[in-house]
Design a protein around this ligand. Structure first.
Ligand code: HEM
Ligand SMILES: *[C@@H]1O[C@H](CO)[C@@H](O)[C@H](O)[C@H]1NC(C)=O
Ligand SMILES: *[C@@H]1O[C@H](CO)[C@@H](O)[C@H](O)[C@H]1NC(C)=O
Length: 330
């Protein structure tokens, strides 16, 4: 027979657990206030140090956070190195290799954080902070990052391929890919504005220059003058992985709205950029964003926070705090 005390005790346990589910399942701004007060400052310093060497890392880190969140949620899975070549990790999938960059910034921040507060700050949170700092440092709007993500223990190249929309996507495919992650079409347009910073490898758009489809070799929706510049930068058939072009040539390291202006003048680099003009709603958002820097900044910050909540692991009973962001704990 179960004693009264036990019943009462298990009742408390149940309530206690429910309470934890309620409080622990959510990310919190200032999560490391007590456990590692210098966490956000240290990440910011490392982003700044890296940015001074190469301002392109800011774009790299924003994209890395996106690619983390869309694959198994924001769990740092994109940071894990391949262990067994027969089952490559996310970072070795075509959407990520060789284009993703900034891993060393995360490593540097992690090394410092392990030195001051070992096993407290997750790699997924470090990446979320670094993405925010990268937006800020490129003159975007800073925002508070809810934190408390745990790191996952699985990273599969196949899942990156299945979840990240390719640059050949049309507006319906993009809308669907974002809807699959709980993001709206408008948030898709807002977040695409991230292509206002950074670069692209030729392979991501050369189909638009040389082998578009069976009737036309060049994408007719691409400004012909721009196409010629792109052809000069990306010779047909070149497989040189070092060839890159800025995605927003007027201001490649500034989070401004010139991306949207470019798209409006048929200078969006990818099909996935240009396609935003082919739908009434997305077209009208592109126009609005192109005319309203502050409005886009606000929407962008909010959308980044929302993206940062996709599929997160929180609480004590799931995930881990990785010691080395490239390896799951043994
Ligand atoms: C809408 C669907 C999207 C597609 C199809 C797409 C595709 C791409 C491609 C193909 C590149 C060039 C990679 C290379 O060849 O080097 C790129 C770069 C980039 N993307 Fe996206 N992207 C999308 C959405 C996003 C989102 C949501 C973000 C962030 C919130 C983002 C941020 C970036 C950044 C910052 C770069 C530059 C990276 C660098 O300079 O290293 N993209 N994207
Ligand atoms: C090729 O692309 C053009 C422009 O987008 C389009 O009008 C045409 O129908 C396409 N042809 C084929 C065979 O897909
Ligand atoms: C979760 O783990 C942390 C660190 O070990 C601990 O301080 C905290 O009390 C735990 N929370 C609960 C509700 O068990």
């Amino acid at each position: 027979m179960i004693g009264t005390k036990q019943v009462i005790f298990s009742g408390f346990l149940v309530i206690f657990c429910l309470y934890n589910v309620g409080t622990e399942a959510q990310l919190q701004v200032g999560f490391y206030r007590f456990s590692c007060p210098s966490a956000e400052r240290i990440v910011k310093e490392e982003v700044l140090n890296a940015f001074i060497q190469n301002n392109g890392v800011a774009a790299g880190l924003v994209r890395m956070h996106f690619h983390d969140c869309f694959v198994r949620g924001c769990d740092g899975s994109v940071l894990i190195d391949t262990v067994n070549p027969s089952s490559p990790a996310e970072k070795d999938s075509p959407p990520n290799n060789p284009s993703l960059r900034g891993f060393e910034v995360i490593d540097n921040a992690k090394a410092r954080l392990e030195a001051v507060c070992a096993r407290k700050v997750s790699c997924a949170d470090i990446l979320a902070f670094a993405a925010r700092d990268s937006v800020e440092i490129t003159r975007g709007l800073g925002y508070e990052v809810p934190a408390g993500r745990k790191d996952g223990r699985v990273s599969l190249s196949s899942e990156a391929l299945a979840n990240l929309p390719p640059p050949t996507s049309n507006v319906n495919q993009l809308t669907q890919a974002f809807a699959n992650k709980g993001l709206t079409q408008e948030e898709m347009v807002t977040l695409s504005g991230s292509h206002t910073i950074g670069r692209s490898h030729c392979a991501s758009f050369s189909n638009r220059l040389y082998n578009f489809n069976s009737t036309t070799s060049q994408d007719p929706t691409l400004d012909p003058n721009y196409a010629n510049q792109l052809k000069a930068a990306c010779p047909q058939g070149s497989t040189n992985p070092n060839l890159v072009v800025p995605m927003d040539p007027p201001s490649p390291a500034t989070s401004d709205v010139s991306y949207y202006r470019g798209v409006l003048s048929n200078r969006g680099l990818f099909t996935s950029d240009q396609t935003l003009l082919t739908n009434q709603q997305t077209l009208s958002q592109v126009i609005q964003n192109s005319q309203n820097l502050f409005g886009w900044h606000i929407k962008f910050s909010n959308a980044m926070v929302k993206m940062g909540k996709i599929g997160v692991l929180t609480g004590n009973n799931t995930g881990e705090i990785r010691v080395n962001c490239r390896e799951i704990n043994s």
